[in-house]
Design a protein around this ligand. Structure first.
Ligand SMILES: [Zn+2]
Length: 496
């Protein structure tokens, strides 16, 4: 049996999730559902990254303890993921006790290997990024340093801290990066940065007096572990690295991390080095995607261009419509521009017309012409071929992490079926059994292949046409099946 382990980044819950989080999470969910449909032993991890100064300050502002704040936010994430039909196996929170234990153990092991040391640091610091900026990285406004992301003044900070010896791992990274990043161009981006700037050691702790909301550094209680170092280790906690080596060894070799391109450096240079320091191989793949943008900017709270999930669910009447459109547009290399017109037009032309309308016509005809029962010992060769072609292209695409071409393959098959019904006019025939059976086989195949993207519509169609969705293999056409069509559903109502 094949196995598959997939993760999303754990999100920083300083605000509710929006369309940008959904873009990443639905993609991971689609791959998880695809692998389950193939029969693979699959584990899907998502969650929230709950420590750090930003959350500490947000809680202080509201006069509550940070734990209260993150408890509230974690519930919101879970709520929105249930609205979006995200089928995670574990929702991890970095405040979970098993995670905190793992982080302490991991940092101690790396320290004992001599890969963590204490030294002082001074520099310009952004509280919101929780990051030091060096000259050349920050903006200068009126001669003063500003955060390039938040566009607010940087604070001057001088402190003793603990460093992780990232510089030790240069040769290692050069050897492994290319094979473990998809698309490869992102690995080249990281390699160019290493080539240009070299690998500098990174601070992995913060003085407790400034940042107390985090996991204490086990070998120096005056310090809190830096939020990034803590967060990355969630990928090990999720599959029980500490308590259950068997589970860990089962899933780690097939680990896939889905990330946006803005966190590429942390998930490659830093994460691969941390793993190496723990004698753990890199994940099978870090799958990187470009941004979803709105009015030219990456969607986010600070850019003020957020599209809320509630709004999308209402507009597209449930999760399927928005899941479909986001996956249809999903692009690892190019930014995708959100516009309502574009989203509506994809929803209407592909889901409502090409797919939904065909299903409705086939259902109505089977009921009217065949009394709701259809079977045939032969299938139209053109449709049979269209199904096989789609099935191959679909698998080939998803096996190489490409969702949009997989969906396009199914749509192409459905376009062939639409042309077929218009040309054959089964409503004019005395016995259109063979035509309608061939069309039923086509829409059944579509519903199975689209199940990872539009699980609700696929389930609804299967119930209406009297079959079940169990395995991807079943998408291939067969002869002599008995259909009992009890309803001609309208799967997607058009947006006007
Ligand atoms: Zn900043």
């Amino acid at each position: 049996m094949e196995r598959f382990y997939i993760t999303t980044p754990i999100y920083y819950p300083n605000a509710e999730p929006h369309i940008g989080h959904a873009y990443t999470t639905i993609y991971a969910d689609t791959l998880a559902r695809y692998h389950r449909l193939k029969g693979d032993d699959t584990f899907f991890l998502t969650g929230t990254d709950e420590h750090g100064q930003k959350l500490q300050r947000a809680a202080e502002k509201r006069g509550i303890h940070p734990k209260e704040l993150v408890d509230e936010m974690a519930e919101k994430y879970k709520y929105y993921w249930s609205l979006m039909d995200i089928s995670y196996d574990r929702f991890i929170r970095t405040t979970d006790p098993d995670h905190e234990e793992l982080v302490k153990e991991a940092v101690t092991r790396i320290y004992r290997k001599g890969l963590i040391y204490k030294a002082s640091y001074a520099g310009h610091y952004c509280v919101d990024c929780e990051k030091f900026y060096s000259p050349g990285e920050y903006l200068e406004i009126d001669g003063k340093p500003y955060c390039p992301i938040h566009r607010k003044p940087l604070e001057w900070l001088e402190e003793e801290t603990y460093y992780f010896k990232l510089s030790e791992f240069e040769d290692y990274l050069k050897k492994v990066l290319e094979d473990h990043v998809y698309p490869r161009s992102y690995a080249h981006e990281v390699l160019r940065k290493i080539e240009k700037e070299g690998l500098k050691d990174v601070s992995i702790a913060r003085p407790k007096e400034r940042v107390w909301w985090g996991i204490p550094l086990p070998f120096d209680p005056d310090y809190t572990i830096y939020v990034w170092f803590d967060a990355l280790l969630n990928y090990l906690t999720g599959i029980k690295y500490r308590e259950d080596p068997e589970t860990f060894n089962k899933y780690w070799p097939v680990a896939h991390h889905v990330i946006g391109k803005d966190i590429l450096w942390f998930h490659t240079a830093i994460w691969f080095s941390m793993l190496r320091a723990l004698d753990i191989d890199p994940p099978r793949k870090v799958i990187v995607h470009a941004f979803l943008i709105n009015r030219g900017l990456k969607i986010g709270k600070s850019a003020g261009n957020v599209v809320p999930i509630d709004y999308l669910v209402e507009r597209y009447r449930g999760s399927d419509g928005i899941r479909y459109v986001l996956m249809r547009l999903f692009n690892p290399s190019k930014d995708v521009d959100y516009t309502q017109e574009l989203f509506d037009s994809i929803y209407n032309s592909e889901l409502a017309d090409t797919y939904g309308n065909l299903v409705r016509r086939v259902g109505v005809l089977v009921k009217k012409k065949l009394g709701g029962r259809a079977s045939s010992e032969t299938i139209d060769a053109e449709l049979e071929q269209a199904i096989h072609k789609a099935y191959e292209k679909y698998q080939e695409s998803l096996d190489s992490y490409e969702v949009s071409p997989a969906i396009e393959a199914v749509m192409e098959m459905l376009r062939v079926a639409n042309a077929y019904i218009n040309r054959e006019k089964p409503w004019e025939k005395n016995d259109p059994s063979r035509d309608l059976y061939s069309l039923l086989e086509t829409v059944r195949a579509a519903s199975i292949m689209l199940y990872p993207v539009t699980p609700r519509a696929s389930t609804r169609l299967a119930e209406a046409f009297g079959y079940t969705i169990e395995r991807l293999d079943d998408a291939q056409p067969v002869k002599g099946r008995e259909y009992t069509v009890n309803e001609a559903p309208i799967l997607f109502k058009k947006i006007v």
